[in-house]
Structures are given as C-alpha cells and as structure tokens.
Ligand binder design. Structure first.
Ligand SMILES: CC(C)(COP(=O)(O)OP(=O)(O)OC[C@H]1O[C@@H](n2cnc3c(N)ncnc32)[C@H](O)[C@@H]1OP(=O)(O)O)[C@@H](O)C(=O)NCCC(=O)NCCS
Ligand SMILES: [Zn+2]
Length: 399
C-alpha cells in the first residue's frame, strides 16, 4: 500500500510501534477465536478490540475507526434476525470474518503482532466455494505465501516542511525492519519490511505478438489469463479446418451467408470474430445480435463467414467474417474482420463485386480503419470513395 495516510494516524502508529508489546511471545496461550463469532460470521467492534489487545498491548494507542477507514475495510450495521418484523432492532457495528482477518493481516504488515492466522483460516473456509472474491478475501488467499515478505509504506497526508528530515529505524522482535522518517518532530513516512522481504524483480507489461493480449511478465495470475485468452484468440487467428464448413462449401448454394436458418456453429464463428473486431478497435458495442448460445435472428442482418480460398489453413478453415445491416431500402457494411495471416490476400477483393450486386451501392460504417480506407480507394464505388472525405481519421492499432 502506498497511499497517503492521515497524519494523526501516522502519529499514533509512531507512538505505538515505539512502545513494547507487553503480550509478545505468549501466543501459545491466547484463547482461540470464540465459536459464537465464527458461527455468526461477523465480529463486533468490541470483540475485535478485545482480540487485538489480547495479542498486542500497543494497539491501545490506535483509533480503530480511523485505521479501518484508511485501509478501506468496511464496517456494517448488523442486526440479530428479528422474530417479529414489526419489532425494533438494535444495530451493532461489525466486520465480516474475511474483512476482520484482512485487517489483522494489514496490521501485521504494519509492524503489529496481530496473529492473523486465527481468523484467516475461518475467512478462507467461508469463501471456499466462491467463484469471485473481494479484495479482503484475495488478501487471505495469498496470505500463507506472502506472510512476512511484504513491504508496507505510507506517506503522511500533511504537508510538512518545518524541520529537518531524520530517519529513525530499528528491527523489532519479529525481525521486521521499521523505518520512520521524521520531519522535525513529526513522523512523515513509514516503511515496514517483513523479515523475509525480497525486493521484487522488475515486472513489465508485454504484448503477445500473436494474440495482442497485454500482460505482466513474471506474474503467474496474469500469465494464466493470457494463456486462456491466447487459446481463445488463436482459434480464429490461426484457424483450423471445420469439417461442417468444408461440407457446406461443396453442397450449399450460398455457403458463406449466415442468416436465421444457418446452423448455430456458423453464428458462433461470426460472433467470435465480431467480438475480436470490437476488441481490436476498442469499440463499446458488439455489432452482432447473437451470442455463443443464441443465433442472430434479426431479419435485417446478413453475416458472412469467409472460407480460405488459398488453402493456407486447410479446407473449411474460416479466415474472417463480416456483417451487413439493412436500414429500410439501404444496406451497410457494419464491420469486417480477416485474420492477420490472410490480410492482403484478396479475401475481400474477391467478394466485393458480389456484395455490390446483392447490397447495391452500400455504405460502410465509419470510422474506417487505414486498411479499409486503402481498400475503398482501390476498389470502392464513386459514392463510397466520396464518403471517405467526410470520415474522421481513424487510428488503427495494427494496420
Ligand atoms: C480491411 C480488411 C477487411 C481488408 O481485407 P483484405 O482481404 O485484407 O483486403 P484485400 O487483400 O482484398 O485487399 C485488396 C486491396 O486493398 C488495398 N489494401 C487492403 N489492405 C490494405 C492495407 N493494409 N494497406 C494498404 N492497402 C491495402 C490494397 O490495394 C489491396 O490490394 P493489393 O494487396 O494487391 O495491394 C482487412 O485488412 C481486415 O480485416 N483488417 C482488420 C479489420 C478492419 O480493419 N476492418 C475494417 C474496419 S472499417
Ligand atoms: Zn498470446
């Protein structure tokens, strides 16, 4: 954490951490967290204060509300379930077990002997079946791996130019390195490094040249999300033959057209490319009314799935897609996407005349990418070329 800390809170931390924990070392004797708290799933503020003070006497110096506000750990008003809905009820200030455990983890990072393990275990058990986690729950998940290896640092939120800068550092009984930088008499910066802290290796953002995903090098979570995105994108960046498409190409009169009665797999293939088009050009809306499970049944929509005429990717490989939309009498090309390896291979050029025959002198949705501008300049009708003058200049990421 690197955000500004309220100056009053920093002064309390200075006073507390300079003192001696009168309860240090007796952890084996601490009573476990009360079963009623565990069963309830909430810990009242008074119980939390007791729990904290039983492990670290220095916490008496701290204002708990100010600390939780700074750490963005949310208190909630909690009620006993009423027996009669009309009855009045008294609210008690409480934290969920996960938030309370997270508070204890943060306090340990700040130099206190809060012994989070007692609560972390219960917090983790409560979230075992969840598919999504809050920030606090994330802290608990990573706690066993990151314990005593973290660095906490915070700057006072008060401007203080009054006095000399003096460092005041020491190693505490746990082996943490605590450093306060004072300006005059007031603490201005606090840095606490766990006894097993290692300076992290430099992590940089990299962009995968094949799928275009940006991820953090060396971060396993980020590498994992890249792997799944890579696999998803490569399915249509580097397409494989689709047997059903190959069969359709041989038998069907209009094999590439995707409308209501086309098979769902064709709708799915077009949908994925519409998504890729949206991502590549950072548009807010998907211009395809279907989904992975649902066909696009809009009568105004004509999609196309492009087959590989060069046989580069094998028979029945789908190398791109596009979609037209009918507005009254007129048609317009909403989007078109060809996989990287097949661009400038004549995929669009060989279909253009047929598109003009079917859809007349159709419009093209703006803004146009640089490649599309080049295409229209070369192959477009006089009217399409005229529209180019009016369009704002487009920024295209990879063309
Ligand atoms: C724009 C796009 C659909 C063009 O399709 P394509 O099949 O690659 O185009 P073609 O191979 O049929 O190109 C025909 C001619 O158009 C011109 N052209 C096409 N792409 C061009 C480019 N990137 N730079 C310069 N000229 C280009 C060329 O004159 C080309 O003929 P040539 O290769 O013999 O010189 C394709 O590049 C694509 O999918 N790009 C990413 C998505 C996109 O930009 N969509 C359009 C949004 S408005
Ligand atoms: Zn990738």
């Amino acid at each position: 954490m690197n955000k500004k800390i309220p100056s009053k809170l920093l002064q309390q931390l200075y006073q507390a951490l300079n003192g001696k924990n009168r309860h240090f070392g007796g952890f084996a004797h601490y009573t476990p967290v009360d079963d009623t708290i565990i069963a309830r799933g909430w810990i009242y503020s008074i119980e939390l204060e007791e729990l904290l003070l039983s492990t670290d006497s220095r916490l008496a110096y701290l204002d708990l509300d100010r600390l939780t506000e700074y750490l963005e750990i949310p208190w909630r008003a909690v009620y006993k379930r009423p027996r009669y809905l009309s009855a009045g009820a008294m609210a008690t200030n409480a934290l969920t077990l996960a938030d309370a455990a997270c508070l204890l983890v943060r306090m340990e990072e700040m130099g206190f002997d809060s012994h989070p393990e007692r609560l972390v275990e219960h917090g983790l058990r409560a979230q075992k079946d969840l598919t999504h986690v809050t920030g606090s729950e994330w802290t608990l998940l990573s706690y066993p791996k990151r314990r005593l290896k973290e660095e906490f640092s915070a700057y006072s939120d008060e401007q203080n130019d009054d006095g000399e800068w003096t460092p005041h550092n020491w190693k505490d009984a746990q082996g943490r390195r605590i450093k306060f930088t004072l300006v005059g008499k007031l603490p201005h910066i606090l840095t606490v490094r766990g006894p097993k802290y290692r300076r992290p290796a430099a992590q940089g953002m990299v962009t995968c040249p094949d799928c275009g995903w940006r991820y953090t090098k060396g971060d396993p979570e980020s590498a994992m999300s890249h792997r799944s995105e890579h696999a998803r994108v490569m399915r249509f960046m580097n397409p494989r033959p689709i047997a059903a498409f190959n069969a359709r190409l041989e038998k069907h009169a209009d094999p590439e057209l995707v409308i209501g009665d086309s098979p769902i797999w064709m709708h799915r293939e077009v949908h994925q490319r519409a998504l890729q088009f949206k991502c590549e050009f950072q548009y807010d809306f998907l211009q395809w009314e279907g989904s992975l499970r649902k066909k696009n049944l809009r009568a105004e929509s004509h999609g196309y799935l492009f087959a590989d005429h060069t046989d580069t990717h094998g028979p029945g490989a789908a190398i791109g897609a596009c979609a037209f939309w009918q507005d009254g009498e007129k048609w317009r090309l909403r989007w078109i996407w060809v996989c990287l390896s097949m661009r400038r291979s004549g995929v669009l050029a060989r279909r253009w005349a047929e598109f003009l025959r079917r859809y007349g002198d159709f419009e093209i949705d703006t803004p146009l990418s640089e490649a599309m501008v080049a295409f229209v300049n070369r192959r477009g009708t006089a009217k399409q070329k005229q529209c180019l003058q009016a369009q704002p200049s487009a920024e295209s990421p990879d063309l």
